[in-house]
Design a protein around this ligand. Structure first.
Ligand code: SF4
Length: 477
């Protein structure tokens, strides 16, 4: 996942992008960048958190009333040169940022080289997207139709899940969602002192602090172009069924966000309620969440079962999200660095621990070990998401199947491996009841909503990238 944002029509574009990116920080902490346009492109990028990269002075050096920003979470590529936004100077000058992955990016890299005489200088799939787009933009007469045609070309060639925001120099701001609408993208509008501006972002949580009103989520396969006179042009270019990522509601998005009309907070409450039906009759002293994303589900589970909710694990907010870490050793250290136990609540108790998911099992095992060594009598582990068995090719760093504990083991074996006294997973039927059936759930059952012909090559490349990324993680710790 990554966070993306784009704004047109505001006199404070760089500042608004900065504030928006602070609100999207949960979607990627690895690097960030802002690109604006005023006669020329202006760009500032850096590694690490948004707040550390930008300050008043460098934001003032990003002029113009149009711009895009990106919070990076690495799933392909790993170096500073992969930090977004990217731009090409011809035609018109196009800047772009994306959230997601193109599965067949390596074969497209070859296609661009062999057939279009375009050389790419990174392994980032955004560069492929940008070149495919710009290749179709070359025409002497610019109109929104040219943008639509260029996006059609991207859809035809680039297989995967992606949301994109971009600037065409001197022309306007565009945004589009892949044909299955896997990654979220929402549009907002602000009218302040008679001046109108528009924004696109990964989550509507950014609109609140920027005083934008939600206009709507983009549809699957839709492109919206807002020209320099702030006229909106849009078209849905494909007719495939929408398949938004279920993991946005389970884990990724902020609880205040609403995606495709479904509140993330409400969805998590419902996931907790659904689990309560399975757990009815269970005896325990407390329910504790693994902070932060599981809190909401743990709260409703506690209400339904009548078992007290407590904060038994306290998170150090300044350590990166655990499953971003690249090696088992790093993840083990991270749990100890990241979570502290409230001994008075844990000691001598039977505890239900609620987490959003079990990926490799390492984090769950370490949490259970931590609670038991802190005096917990029994620990029952609950996942609000069904077992994750298959890799994600659409922007989430779920590794190859062999690294996913639920692919290798059945529930009894997982219970033994993570050393919990009881283990409960959410079931697929309950997930459907909360989010509807039109969701991407490929990591649960292998039913990928797009062509995955190049998936094996993609997986191999991603593992190679992760080895490079590991060096960066060590440097950070
Ligand atoms: S495979 Fe899983 S994580 Fe990836 S987009 Fe689909 S539901 Fe989301």
């Amino acid at each position: 996942m990554c966070g993306i944002i784009g704004i047109i029509g505001s006199e404070n574009v760089s500042e608004e992008l900065f504030i928006g990116m602070l609100n999207l920080q949960h979607r990627g902490q690895d690097a960030a960048g802002i690109l604006t346009f005023k006669e020329n492109f202006y760009i500032k990028k850096g590694l690490g958190l948004v707040e550390r990269i930008f300050d008043k002075k460098n934001l003032e050096e990003l002029p113009g009333e149009i711009g895009i920003g990106h919070n990076r979470y690495p799933t392909a590529g790993s170096a500073f040169s992969d930090t977004q936004p990217f731009f090409l100077t011809y035609p018109y000058g196009v800047g772009m940022a994306h959230n997601g992955n193109i599965i067949n990016y390596l074969s497209l890299k070859n296609y661009l080289k062999e057939k279009k005489r375009r050389i790419t200088y990174t392994d980032n799939d955004l560069e492929i997207m940008l070149n495919l787009f710009c290749d179709k933009l070359t025409t002497s007469r610019f109109s929104e139709e040219v943008i639509f045609k260029a996006v059609k070309e991207v859809f035809k060639k680039a297989k995967g899940g992606y949301s994109v925001i971009g600037v065409v120099g001197g022309k306007g701001l565009f945004a589009f969602k892949d044909p299955r609408g896997i990654r979220p993208l929402i549009m907002g509008e602000k009218i302040k002192d008679g001046k109108r501006s528009y924004a696109f972002a990964s989550e509507d949580v950014v609109f609140n602090s920027l005083e934008y009103k939600v206009v709507r989520d983009l549809k699957a396969g839709e492109v919206v172009f807002i020209d320099k006179n702030l006229k909106i042009h849009s078209e849905v270019l494909t007719n495939s069924k929408e398949k938004p990522c279920m993991f946005e509601w389970v884990y990724l998005a902020r609880p205040e966000s609403v995606i495709n009309g479904i509140s993330v907070y409400k969805a998590r409450l419902s996931l907790g309620k659904k689990l309560a039906k399975k757990l009815r009759g269970i005896k325990a002293d407390l329910i504790i969440p693994v902070p932060d994303t599981s809190r909401t589900a743990a709260l409703s589970l506690s209400e339904e079962l009548g078992i007290p909710y407590r904060e038994g694990l306290i998170k150090n907010r300044y350590i990166d999200r655990t499953f971003i870490m690249s090696s088992a050793q790093e993840r083990e250290n991270a749990v100890r660095l990241k979570l502290n136990v409230v001994y008075s609540e844990i000691s001598g108790k039977d505890i239900i621990v609620v987490d959003d998911s079990i990926v490799r099992g390492t984090t769950s095992k370490n949490i259970i070990r931590l609670l038991k060594s802190s005096g917990a009598r029994n620990v029952y582990f609950i996942a609000t998401c069904p077992p994750l068995k298959y890799p994600c090719y659409y922007g989430i760093d779920f590794p190859s199947s062999s690294e996913l504990i639920a692919f290798r083991k059945n529930e009894d074996e997982i219970k033994k491996e993570i050393r919990t006294d009881l283990l409960f997973y959410q079931d697929l039927k309950s997930l459907f009841a909360v989010l509807g059936k039109n969701i991407c759930k490929a990591c649960l059952d292998g039913s990928y909503p797009t062509d995955i012909k190049d998936a094996k090559i993609f997986e191999k490349e991603r593992l190679r990238d992760r080895k490079c990324a590991k060096r960066i993680e060590y440097a950070k710790i």
